[in-house]
Design a protein around this ligand. Sequence first.
Ligand code: SF4
Length: 304
Amino acid sequence: MTAELSSPVLKTDASTASTENVTASVDDIFAGLTRANSLSPSRASDFMTCPLLYRFRVIDRLPEAPSIDAVRGSVVHRVLENLFDLPAVDRTSHRANLLLAPVWEELLEREPELAEMFGGDTPDLTTWLDQCRNLLGRYFTLEDPQRLEPAEREVHVATQLGSGLTLHGYIDRVDVAATGALRIVDYKTGKSPGEHFEAKALFQMKFYALVVWRTRGVIPRMLQLVYLGNGEMLRYEPDERDLLATERKVEALWQAIQQATTRGEWRPRKSVLCGWCDHQALCPEWGGTPPPLPDRAEPEPFSA
Ligand code: SF4
């Protein structure tokens, strides 16, 4: 594993990407997908962080206030996605900044309540937009989008394991080299993790790599996390052993989730991450009481 301040870009070629068969099989899988039979990296991470948090999000489906950091991440992701709609020559920092306002306005139109995020303890809109511009500017110090032609962007991937569990998730970008080698890229608007947290950061990427391997029969050559918060990249070249270990880990995690569901036991796990949890008032670790478990019979929609 290497953490780099900059790296040579992989020239990609959209014409080498073959996605038709994959899309067809993924559609079949999505047809029967519910939260009761599927797992995404985000929900897997929730359970590993705190089983009670997983329950609040997946079983109780409790609402959460929009986070100013998460919305900034969504907006920056969308700008980077739209940037690649432009001809290569136009993919400049200036054009990325011009894309920012329309992306934000479109999001605000869909979710007007986001306007209430600003002020008080949080930055005002002008400062927040400046923060978005800084993150976009940092992107251009790490990659040259004029030299990239992503094969896929924001692609929803899914695969069913032998146990019947479906894994799914959204990959920010897939690059395919002329040799056919795949690179999976994920943008992060936070800072790169310290040495002790790299494994956690890579879990999501190995999860995606496992899904890609199972659906396309190819192990991605490179997993690349692009940290816009501090301008670093984390790269990892997975092998078959890595992905088999990830599969075993995910299956074990799913068994633990099934066991918690059967027993109705969702233990809280107090940590520094509680500071970001919306549900402290309902958490026994913070003097709260969880609501009774819902009695739902209808299939649950899946989410990332
Ligand atoms: S406050 Fe902490 S322990 Fe409680 S549910 Fe949230 S993350 Fe878990």
